[in-house]
Design a protein around this ligand. Structure first.
Ligand SMILES: Cc1cc2nc3c(=O)[nH]c(=O)nc-3n(C[C@H](O)[C@H](O)[C@H](O)COP(=O)(O)OP(=O)(O)OC[C@H]3O[C@@H](n4cnc5c(N)ncnc54)[C@H](O)[C@@H]3O)c2cc1C
Length: 439
């Protein structure tokens, strides 16, 4: 039904290409008839989001007045000359792309809301639904099963973690300065991927955790799943965005080296050596006591170590490949898998760090205590997910990763009594939840 579109198209004047600019182009007349040269197609039925009218538009020799050019970043004067307050083509292009960042904050926040809804439905239901109890005893709520806790509660912890990380991202965006823009852009791209992948996994687990009831449309996990699944693709495909994040991390690394010079490199090596002595000695790599495993400082150190090591190793590999004569495009392609790890490790560190910072600001002691447990569960279940890496790297030995597994189980058990209160704290109105099994 749209009557106008904002079209991003190349501006070419006298064979000179001024890059992508934005133009308002009329599509239909007031009676809804499509204008000459415009072809509109409908995407047809989709896996979800069928309330959104997605389609394709193509243009063939469509003429528009010069005034229809959106001229915040560039315009054409009456003499037909190109003018812009941003002289560099490259910077202008990235400034315009920067307006996409807002969308890349909205999408993960929306994905987070869907994860919260799915978890509220699944956890409330699991607290009521009863199955086999001990021999001769009464049936028990399925959330008392250790496996059920294992399936849902690390996801609950991660959802809380992402909540705080997205608050941080939103605040950074709202208070941004131009100098910070590239970093914020990369952070938004990364958090978009992290949050939407997380929601995809969470909703699948919630669906299965509700058994047959989870499959019924009336319980709404199907709509939540179908509508948010595409979030991993639109507004930028997650895998592609993660490469943007990794490239930003590499650029930051290069910048520090450039600024620090050779003395900086010596410092970097020295810092790494210090870490190795403090954190990678036989006592630390085998330490399994609760006090250590639950310590937020240990968690953050482990995340930072992984982030730094993967980044430095990617830099070394790319440099070696390029020094060996490979074109940069091919070199990046060879290490593409590692680039995704660079981004993943960076995001996990940001998410953990922001969760820890947010908890410090909480004054209510019981809230602080339960949030701390959730934070520990997020940290340790992430370490558990990455345990192959920690073992390969020698940062932990098998006794320690086994102890991590055990303490993750224990944390799930400890959080279980508060699980319903923790999803109720999301405060989703019943009219929005609208799932009969979640009453
Ligand atoms: C419902 C819906 C609504 C949309 N709304 C809009 C909209 O309003 N405006 C708009 O402009 N667009 C919109 N899109 C388009 C959307 O942004 C694109 O679909 C998305 O960016 C992915 O591009 P693509 O479909 O061409 O996938 P492709 O680029 O073909 O990707 C296919 C696969 O290849 C992988 N891949 C691609 N490139 C690389 C690479 N360099 N390295 C490694 N792997 C790679 C991807 O990870 C993906 O798995 C919409 C799409 C959908 C489905």
């Amino acid at each position: 039904h749209g009557q106008m579109a904002t079209v991003f198209a190349k501006l070419i004047i006298d064979d000179h290409d001024y890059g992508v600019n934005a133009f308002v182009v009329p599509l239909r007349d007031p009676n809804g008839n499509v204008l000459n040269g415009v072809t509109i197609g409908d995407c047809g039925h989709k896996m979800g989001l069928n309330g959104v009218d997605n389609g394709t538009i193509s243009f063939d020799n469509v003429v528009i007045p010069k005034d229809n050019m959106l001229d915040r970043f560039a315009s054409v004067n009456d003499k037909g000359e190109f003018e812009s307050p941003i002289p560099s083509d490259n910077r202008r292009f990235f400034t315009m792309l920067g307006t996409l960042v807002g969308g890349r904050i909205g999408i993960p926040r929306s994905a987070l809301a869907a994860a919260k809804s799915g978890l509220t439905i699944a956890i409330r239901y699991s607290d009521q639904r009863r199955q086999f109890g001990p021999e001769g005893g009464s049936e028990v709520p399925i959330l008392n099963y250790r496996m059920h806790q294992r399936r849902l509660l690390p996801h609950l912890a991660k959802t809380y973690a992402v909540h705080f990380a997205l608050q941080y991202l939103t605040n950074r965006f709202l208070n941004r300065t131009e100098a910070e823009m590239q970093e914020i852009e990369a952070l938004a791209a990364g958090m978009k991927s992290y949050s939407t992948w997380s929601t995809r996994d969470i909703l699948q687990e919630c669906r299965e955790a509700c058994g047959g009831k989870g499959y019924l449309s009336e319980n709404r996990i199907d709509a939540l799943k179908n509508d948010t699944e595409i979030y991993t693709t639109f507004e930028g495909d997650n895998t592609v965005l993660m490469q943007l994040v990794a490239k930003n991390r590499l650029a930051e690394f290069r910048k520090s080296f450039g600024e620090m010079g050779s003395l900086g490199i010596i410092n970097y090596v020295y810092e790494n050596a210090k870490t190795a002595i403090a954190e990678k000695n036989p006592i630390a790599t085998r330490r399994t006591d609760d006090e250590h495993l639950l310590d937020g400082e240990f968690h953050l150190q482990a995340f930072v170590h992984r982030e730094k090591t993967i980044l430095a190793s990617a830099v070394r590999r790319i440099k070696k490949l390029i020094d060996g004569g490979l074109e940069p495009y091919d070199a990046f392609n060879v290490v593409q898998h590692q680039m995704i790890d660079v981004a993943q490790a960076y995001l996990e560190r940001i998410v953990l760090e922001q969760f820890q910072i947010a908890i410090k600001a909480v004054e209510d002691e019981p809230s602080k205590a339960i949030l701390t447990k959730l934070n520990q569960l997020y940290a340790l279940s992430t370490i558990e997910k990455n345990k192959a890496w920690y073992l390969e790297d020698g940062y932990m030995e098998a006794v320690k990763t086994k102890a991590v597994r055990k303490i993750v189980n224990q944390l799930c058990w400890d959080i279980r009594p508060d699980a319903v209160a923790l999803v109720n704290a999301f405060d989703i109105p019943e009219s929005c939840l609208a799932a009969p099994i979640a009453v």
